[in-house]
Design a protein around this ligand. Structure first.
Ligand SMILES: [Zn+2]
Ligand SMILES: [Zn+2]
Ligand SMILES: [Zn+2]
Length: 102
């Protein structure tokens, strides 16, 4: 099972920390897509966003698994194994969330 994630035991039901990327909301920045940490509920932004807060959160905390937080995605991704992870309970988005359309 070389391609399988070994961190699925860390997946928790979490409460999203903010209605949008928490750090971008604080700094007045913007994002492309949102990512939700399934360890602690931190909402961050994806690698297409200028600030890449979801990746920064992983590097700072080691929390391995995030969920795509733009409905109807609901997929998981493990930063450590770099594989997609199936989520039994996708997190419902708490809105309204500001959408940045380019
Ligand atoms: Zn993993
Ligand atoms: Zn951000
Ligand atoms: Zn986290």
């Amino acid at each position: 099972m070389a391609d399988a994630c070994t961190h699925t035991g860390t997946i928790r039901d979490v409460t999203p920390s903010a209605r949008g990327c928490e750090e971008c909301l604080k700094s007045g920045s913007w994002w492309v897509h949102l990512r939700l940490c399934r360890t602690c509920g931190q909402v961050g932004c994806c690698d297409d966003s200028p600030n890449k807060h979801a990746t920064k959160h992983f590097k700072a905390t080691g929390h391995p698994i995030i969920e795509g937080y733009d409905p109807p995605e609901g997929w998981g991704w493990c930063y450590v194994d770099e594989v997609f992870v199936e989520l039994d309970h996708p997190t419902e988005q708490v809105g309204p969330i500001k959408r940045w359309v380019r």
